[in-house]
Ligand binder design. Structure first.
Ligand code: CP
Ligand code: NVA
Length: 301
């Protein structure tokens, strides 16, 4: 493992190893206090962040490393100097680059031209750190994460893509329910279906809410992702049937609700569900740090 650009580059063993290491770090933080001694990590963010930025910064600190945040929100990477120069210069000083960008190709360019590991902190296509934290969260609730039935409702976006790859690599069954015209990218679906088949998993895609059966967990995300200037008014009627309500959770027999956050209550999910007993949102948020620390330790030590 040289980078974490997506989740798709991981084998099942690598993914399970990362989850196991994340649990070890979470349960025995003192053992990892010096894991990144002398290492510096640069974080480049073209988009806003609460969880990712803070969990990387504090997580790196807990591993004994040093973190430098470069705010790129006032000018996309590549404007003042080429992304390739950014990557090669940062590699002179930093031991790793964490990047949140609009275009996934910017993250690929950083990895191509830099000499240090690159970690995707969200791009238009993927959010691998989120999916790792989410499978870590599920693995804390279920003895065998590969058997979990996960349904994702709403926009077939970056978060959905990474969850789909993760589920397929684990050989789990995942159901993705989206309004017409908002399905995950075709190339992702094709690749995920192949990976799922190899691992004994299944990807079910549908627009029909009545077609979904019993689920362990229901996941949703914002209907409008960062960088998308669609107004809520334009899509609300189309998405409204896919709002996660308590009635839907009950109908699916789903014990747990998941959301990467930020959550828009009464939009993609009701406040009753987001703040309800079965909501795992804060477990997911906490686990961002442990999952990312497992990635950092794997890549840097
Ligand atoms: N879930 C997540 O990535 O949150 P932030 O956008 O706040 O980092
Ligand atoms: N799909 C959302 C995730 C935010 C963490 C976005 O890209 O804005």
């Amino acid at each position: 493992m040289n980078h974490l650009l997506s989740i798709k580059e991981l084998s099942q063993a690598q993914l399970l190893d990362l989850l196991a290491l994340a649990k070890k770090i979470k349960n025995n933080p003192a053992d990892y206090r010096h894991a990144l001694d002398g290492k510096s990590v640069v974080m480049l963010f073209e988009k806003p962040s609460l969880r990712t930025r803070v969990s990387f910064d504090i997580g790196i600190n807990k591993l004994g490393g040093h973190c430098l945040y470069l705010d790129q929100q006032n000018g996309a990477l590549g404007k003042r100097e080429p992304v390739s120069d950014f990557a090669s210069n940062l590699s002179c000083w930093a031991d790793a680059i964490v990047a949140r960008t609009y275009l996934h190709t910017t993250i690929e360019e950083l990895a191509e031209h830099g000499k240090v590991p690159v970690i995707n902190a969200l791009s238009d296509l993927y959010h691998p750190c989120q999916a790792l934290a989410d499978f870590l969260t599920l693995s804390e609730k279920f003895d065998d994460v590969t058997k979990v039935k996960l349904a994702y409702l709403g926009d077939g976006n970056n978060v959905a893509h990474s969850l789909m790859y993760g589920a397929a690599i684990l050989g789990a069954t995942m159901t993705v329910v989206c309004p017409e015209g908002h399905f995950p990218a075709d190339e992702v679906v094709t690749e995920v279906q192949q990976i799922a088949e190899q691992n004994g998993g299944q990807l079910i895609l549908t627009s029909d809410l009545n077609a979904i059966n019993e689920q362990d967990a229901v996941y949703t995300d914002t209907w409008i992702s960062m960088g998308d200037d669609t107004s809520l008014a334009e899509i609300e009627a189309k998405f409204k049937p896919y709002q996660v309500t308590q009635a839907l959770m009950d109908k699916l027999g789903a014990k747990y609700f998941m959301h990467c956050l930020p959550a828009y209550r009464e939009v993609e999910a009701t406040a009753e569900v987001v703040d309800g007993e079965g909501s795992l949102i804060l477990d997911q948020a906490e686990n961002r740090m442990h999952a990312q620390n497992a990635v950092l330790v794997t890549l840097l030590s």
